[in-house]
Write a protein that binds this ligand. Structure first.
Ligand code: HEM
Length: 434
């Protein structure tokens, strides 16, 4: 009895740390990520030129979105999964807080260095080392966790292998980040990574970490949430392997080979996950808006759009417009929309068995995000590349940015209110003692 009370208290403490990761991720998404992205886009649109914008500011935005927002959420979910893997080790809660502190300090320092450039020769590599240290604390805790010895041993399923591969992809991205930060600090005249190197390496966090993580968790959750048939495991693993191969091509400067390989890997993942095949069971819509299955499937349409645009960019980009459109079809249309859809389903449950505050707000956030992303992707190419009606499309771009900002604000507000309200078990306890 005493033991189960202790482990329940430990689970509650771990749940507090998971909430800290979720809230930190949301704050990164709102201010350093999206607000700065909107600011950048409005400035670029006013001057009608991408080159007019400080590359350090653009990179600060990209880093805050990839690592500060989605990376922080994924580490939080990783710590949550510990509580579902059998006996929770005593040190797990302490480690979760240490990882949170190192990671948040590193990601904040990286953002501030890009914006203010103060003491950047020290702050840039230091921020990368702090992020790596925070991740290693997480990595050691999760990889060293021994499952309950009394539980039956099962072979690792393909979704787990995809998630494990993405965990190594995350580690690889952070190691490269340290090396690049040191290189910039020792050889450059500003905290910005040189453009050609930055473009080659951006594929690492996106295709070796974020996208395989989504595929792995989709393979686990979509059959449950959307009632889809079990995924084709072998095909899923081949899709992840192809994504890693594409990252290799990109790092080697083979942009077209990388783009084609990314498209092949995305097609394999769609087939493996059976995204567009009829569902076997009705979707589980408790706590979410009924449009949830539609928006999840729509993200994969965006992934294909991103793939097609990446091939086009490798062949014909002149002013960064096709690259920008392809990047945001992947990061906003696929990744952010996936986090909006799946996140509003699972995060309330992971943070103390809560229920999402408003399903209508969930719908509004997804609708606005997809609308803003569509306007952005459609307008960025003719505006940046100077095609016909470029003047008109330059005027649409800031509108797209404000719509995306509204989407992000509604999403964050919905989750923050959900987390602010007392968890159901706390309410039940209050009733017992009333
Ligand atoms: C939601 C509204 C967003 C806006 C308004 C926005 C805006 C921008 C702008 C103006 C740029 C400069 C390059 C270009 O013009 O294409 C940029 C670059 C970038 N954005 Fe976004 N963005 C948004 C969301 C996101 C999200 C959700 C992610 C990732 C999850 C992301 C990742 C990136 C990356 C990686 C870069 C390139 C950074 C570099 O060159 O190193 N953005 N964004």
């Amino acid at each position: 009895m005493q033991r189960s009370e202790t482990s329940a208290a430990q689970e509650q403490n771990l749940s507090r740390a998971v909430i800290a990761f979720v809230v930190t991720g949301l704050l990164f998404m709102l201010l350093p990520g999206t607000f700065l992205g909107v600011w950048n886009l409005v400035s670029i649109s006013n001057r009608h030129q991408l080159d007019s914008m400080s590359p350090a500011w653009i990179q600060a935005h990209g880093h805050a979105q990839i690592y500060g927002w989605i990376g922080t959420l994924i580490i939080g979910i990783g710590f949550y999964s510990l509580s579902k893997m059998g006996r929770l080790p005593r040190f797990a809660v302490r480690r979760a807080w240490i990882a949170w502190a190192l990671w948040t300090l590193g990601a904040t320092m990286r953002w501030a260095t890009g914006i203010a450039a103060a003491e950047w020769r020290i702050a840039l590599p230091l921020s990368a080392v702090l992020e790596l240290a925070g991740y290693l604390v997480f990595f050691r805790t999760v990889s060293g966790h021994k499952p309950d010895p009394n539980a039956p041993r099962k072979p690792k399923e393909p979704w787990m292998l995809a998630v494990v591969a993405s965990t190594f992809g995350f580690l690889l991205a952070l190691l490269i980040n340290v090396a690049v930060a040191l290189y910039v600090a020792l050889t450059q005249t500003s905290p910005a990574i040189p453009h050609a190197l930055d473009q080659r390496l951006l594929a690492v966090p996106v295709w070796a970490f974020l996208i395989p993580t989504v595929w792995g968790f989709n393979a686990r959750w979509l059959p449950i949430f959307l009632g889809m048939r079990a995924p084709r495991g072998g095909m899923l693993l081949r899709a992840v392997a192809a994504a890693f191969a594409g990252v290799g091509f990109s790092a080697a400067g083979l942009a077209m080979a990388a783009a084609v390989t990314f498209v092949v890997s995305a097609v394999m993942a769609i087939a493996a996950l059976r995204v567009f095949e009829p569902a076997q069971q009705p979707a589980k819509l408790n706590g979410v808006h009924r449009s949830f299955p539609f928006f999840v499937r729509l993200t994969y349409v965006w992934l294909m759009v991103a793939g097609a645009l990446t091939i086009r960019a490798a062949a014909a980009d002149h002013a960064g417009g096709i690259w920008g459109a392809s990047r945001h079809a992947a990061t906003v249309g696929f990744l952010a929309a996936m986090v909006f859809a799946i996140g509003q389903k699972i995060l309330p449950a992971f943070c103390g068995a809560r229920v999402l505050f408003s399903a209508q707000a969930m719908f509004a956030s997804l609708l606005l995000l997809n609308l803003g992303c569509a306007l952005r992707v459609i307008s960025e190419i003719p505006a940046y590349e100077g095609f016909a009606f470029a003047g008109f499309f330059w005027r649409v771009l800031p509108v797209s940015a404000v719509i995306e900002l509204s989407a992000v604000t509604v999403f964050a507000a919905n989750l923050l209110v959900t987390l602010y309200r007392p968890a159901p078990h706390a309410v039940a306890k209050q009733r017992v003692f009333a």
